[in-house]
Design a protein around this ligand. Structure first.
Ligand SMILES: [Cu+2]
Length: 478
């Protein structure tokens, strides 16, 4: 279906310069999950994963799989799922009941947490009818993303994903609005049915479709104050589509990445966001009537591209606010002490056996779940050299830990900062510094689930280092 027809049918002003701006705010506010715990340092949320119906085409219900906040007033499942809000240092408790017809998991993308809470497909699987409770301390500020990690290409596409916003409690950045923008896309037939059978392109590039969603609805409008500063926290929750954010005649100021604030905020004209990446942005509203956030076209290798699309039309109102740029707290990100003696682990990302349905995606020639786990010692520091031997991008993601990007194709990042997802370009090399500080069986994989589920995933076993003391040969010698 033509997205504009869909937008108009939904009563949204969208995508057309001739359309008169309306006063209505079309951008959905993401519902915040109800916190059951009176303790201000504990956020406790109760979710159900279930088959649900949402209306994306007028009068045409779309069957999705979604998270429902059991304690929300109207008790409907939503896409994306409820936004969980907490502060740095809080304890998060989430109860999840699986009412789906198949098993699922609940993975916390971008969070450092005990391995048993990670919801990975090896040991975090929840059978239909089962419930689980996760509980962990929130150590990383910023916008994070929870989603199914079981048959994730289909389960996240069906709707099993949501956001977790961890606020920095000490000195919030003074802005007029603090928005969360969840970027996604969805393939619907004319009768509203979700199209799940992948095309050859879907497998090679991850699912991409013509219908872009912002906070679970087609691109629409929002209101903002002329001249005001806003903070936008953006996640790409699409399976395969890359977004390239751009504003007319002004840059985007990047103040944070996946794992929290960057040391040196910087301006970019076009910000490319791969699936699974998050960015924290400051934007000054212009003094005229309208500001349009677009995604520019993104080349995807082999002649493919994710097309340009309008994402949000901000209608500006009121007298001009002449506020100075918000003060940002000082951020120190100490570089991991990598030098020529640091061990280098080279991992080759590749796809094999042709294009399309039979395609297999590998890490070092090995295909998950058949591949043996990688073994590292807790506390070890390594350079991960990710080499992409395939003609398409692979956004690499590491569970439960974070890393520093040393360079991408020889180019160092504009700031020091922590990330957990980073793109490896077609034919390119991305080098990361990582200290394996969390014990347990973790995973690393491509963040395009069509690739991960077809093999581009690897178990990573972080084992306890041997205790200091006598050398092995001296033990029991007396
Ligand atoms: Cu990939």
């Amino acid at each position: 279906m033509n997205p504009r027809v869909l937008a108009l049918a939904l009563g949204l002003s969208w995508g057309c310069g001739a359309t008169e701006p309306t006063a209505a705010e079309g951008l959905p506010a993401l519902r915040v999950a109800v916190d059951l715990d009176d303790d201000p340092r504990v956020v406790e949320v109760e979710l159900v994963a279930e088959v649900a119906s949402v209306e994306l085409l007028p009068g045409q219900p779309t069957e999705v799989w979604a998270y429902r906040d059991v304690n929300a007033p109207d008790d409907d499942a939503t896409i994306p799922g409820p936004r969980i809000e907490a502060s740095l240092g809080d304890t998060l408790v989430v109860h999840l009941r699986n009412e789906l017809p198949e098993a699922t998991t609940l993975h916390w993308h971008g969070l450092r947490l005990p391995q048993a809470m990670d919801g990975n497909p090896d040991d975090g699987v929840l059978a239909p009818g089962e419930s689980t409770t996760v509980r962990f301390e929130l150590r990383d500020p910023g916008l994070h993303w929870y989603h199914s990690h079981h048959g994730a290409d289909l389960q996240t596409e069906r709707g099993l994903q949501g956001t977790l916003l961890v606020r920095e409690p000490a000195a919030p950045i003074a802005v007029d609005r603090d928005r969360v923008l969840v970027l996604d896309d969805i393939a619907l037939d004319d009768d509203g049915t979700l199209r799940l059978e992948p095309s050859q392109d879907d497998i090679m590039l991850g699912r991409r479709s013509g219908q872009v969603l912002v906070n679970g609805a087609p691109p629409s409008t929002a209101r903002a104050r002329r001249g005001a500063w806003e903070r936008w926290r953006v996640v790409n929750s699409a399976n395969g589509r890359f977004f390239a954010l751009a504003l007319p005649q002004q840059p985007l100021r990047v103040i944070g990445w996946d794992g929290g604030p960057v040391a040196q905020p910087y301006d970019v004209d076009v910000l490319v966001i791969a699936p699974g990446e998050r960015y924290d942005l400051l934007v000054r509203m212009p003094e005229h009537d309208e500001l349009v956030l677009r995604s520019e076209a993104v080349p995807r290798g082999g002649g493919a591209a994710d097309p340009a699309v309008e994402l949000l039309r901000l209608q500006l109102h009121g007298a001009v606010v002449r506020a100075a740029a918000p003060r940002l707290p000082a951020v120190v990100v100490s570089p991991l002490p990598v030098d020529d003696a640091t061990a280098v682990r080279r991992l080759e990302l590749e796809h094999r056996t042709g294009n399309g349905k039979g395609a297999v995606f590998t890490i070092d020639g090995q295909r998950w779940p058949l591949a043996p786990a990688l073994h590292v010692e807790q506390g070890a520091l390594e350079v991960l050299e990710l080499v992409n031997l395939s003609p398409h991008e692979h956004p690499f993601h590491l569970h439960g830990m974070r890393f520093q990007v040393l360079d991408r194709d020889g180019v160092t990042p504009p700031s020091a900062g922590w990330k957990d997802t980073v793109t490896v370009s077609p034919g390119g090399t991305t080098r990361l510094a990582v200290r394996y500080d969390a014990l347990g069986m973790w995973m690393l994989h491509c963040s395009i689930p069509e690739h991960a589920e077809r093999g581009m995933m690897r178990d990573l076993h972080v084992m306890a280092a041997p205790p200091p003391g006598p050398m092995r040969g001296e033990e029991g010698g007396a």
